[in-house]
Design a protein around this ligand. Structure first.
Ligand SMILES: *Cc1c(COP(=O)(O)O)cnc(C)c1O
Ligand code: SF4
Length: 388
């Protein structure tokens, strides 16, 4: 560890920014700017079939056959997100996240449909209550685009759709009747795909529950569909009696193109507190320079990195997963070398066991009064523990 070369720092260059108009070249060159900026147009024109995907991505014959067989997890990519992917480059770190791979058909013995073991903790429709003081509230199964490593792939895009009003009432009743709950994490699917009035009404109802201290939403919409972040939506997310924290899923600095940064600025200006969550993915962000630049780019966009998730053992995801040792090694290359603000918590999530934070060990030995430690440079130090 002490012989490690210092982490190279990438220049803080502006990521390849697609302007808010449709890209000048390629398949979208004739799309009117008014269509391109319309989130409903983006959703209607998502790339789903092998032919649609082949307009912007390399689709080898085996992948075409796999897609046409249609047994895998839902495929959909917004034209906006596709336009951020390098055309016809299978190594593009953005494309790897959303473009299916025939490797998805290879399921390892330890991979699971429900890797987090959430099903036994379903306490009411959409409610997963696993930790003492907070619940996960799954409000819709729909996303703007589908990530190949989605940990809720068994449920997302399953046709469960958004909660009906009777189901939502049952979920709210559970939260109302459980005073130990202090924080509700609204997720899915992507809650920002609910209509703004519906989301506004849901947040109003939750904010009235006296024992709740804050609300959280997990979303990838600012990255997949930044045009969805309009004034009405920002208003729906405003702080009420209690604040709303929005955790934005972003895995690579190239996702933070100008329209995405602008959408994040509209949210921050509207009083929404922004956090980041990143999934560690092989061939996407599994090097220290890429992670470092991603966390700096998030902070520059007013997003505080919160979690770095180890990729869960979802069925058919081995090609995107690193080992935990690699994850810890990457953390060691960040801690101390880069701003503490830019170092999220690295967590694994155990089936049934919940989230476990992992942190490289800086303690070498603990004697009665002396702690033998290693600092980020790998130098050995001693700390005298004046406890008695
Ligand atoms: C991750 C998660 C939460 C939130 O956990 P924090 O560590 O507070 O961010 C809550 N409920 C479930 C089921 C979760 O998976
Ligand atoms: S945005 Fe989140 S819920 Fe939706 S597919 Fe991606 S990881 Fe899954």
């Amino acid at each position: 560890m002490s012989d490690r070369a210092p982490t190279p720092v990438l220049p803080l260059a502006s990521p390849s920014s697609a302007a808010f108009a449709a890209p000048a070249g390629g398949v979208w060159r004739d799309v009117a700017a008014s269509d391109w900026q319309d989130w409903r147009w983006q959703l209607r024109n998502r790339l789903r079939t092998a032919d649609e995907l082949a307009q912007h991505f390399v689709i080898p014959p085996e992948l075409r056959a796999f897609l046409e067989a249609g047994h895998g997890f839902e495929v959909a990519i917004t034209p906006f997100f596709a336009s951020l992917c390098r055309p016809f480059d299978p190594t593009c770190p953005l494309a790897r996240q959303v473009l299916p791979d025939v490797a998805e058909a290879t399921v390892r013995s330890f991979e699971r449909a429900d890797p987090l073991g959430e099903d036994p903790y379903r306490k009411a429709p959409g409610i997963v209550h696993k930790y003492p003081d907070r619940v996960l509230f799954l409000v819709t199964d729909t996303c703007a685009a589908y990530c190949r490593y989605c940990t809720r792939a068994r449920w997302v895009a399953s046709g469960a759709d958004s909660l009906g009003s009777a189901e939502q009432e049952a979920a709210l009743a559970y939260i109302e009747q459980t005073p130990t709950i202090r924080d509700v994490l609204i997720s899915g699917g992507d809650p920002l795909l609910l209509s703004s009035p519906k989301l506004n009404a849901l947040l109003d109802r939750l904010a009235q529950i006296p024992h709740l201290r804050f609300l959280r939403i997990g979303t990838r919409v600012p990255v997949f569909l930044p045009m969805r972040i309009d004034a009405e939506l920002v208003h729906a997310l405003r702080p009420r009696r209690i604040p709303v924290y929005l955790n934005v899923h972003c895995n690579h600095f190239a996702e933070l193109a100008e329209p995405v940064r602008d959408a994040l600025a509209r949210l921050a200006d509207g009083g929404v507190s922004l956090g980041g969550q990143t999934v560690l993915l092989r061939g996407v962000n599994d090097t220290a320079p890429v992670l470092q630049e991603t966390f700096y780019a998030l902070l520059s966009a007013r997003v505080r990195p919160y979690y770095l998730f180890h990729c869960d053992p979802i069925r058919g995801s081995a090609h995107l997963r690193t080992s935990v040792d690699e994850g810890l090694d990457l953390m060691r290359q960040l801690i101390g070398h880069t701003s503490g603000m830019a170092v999220p918590k690295y967590v694994i999530d155990l089936e049934g066991g919940g989230k476990i934070p992992l942190w490289p060990d800086f303690v070498e030995q603990m004697d009665r009064n002396v702690l033998h430690v290693t600092n980020f440079r790998g130098e050995r130090w001693q700390y005298v523990n004046h406890a008695d």
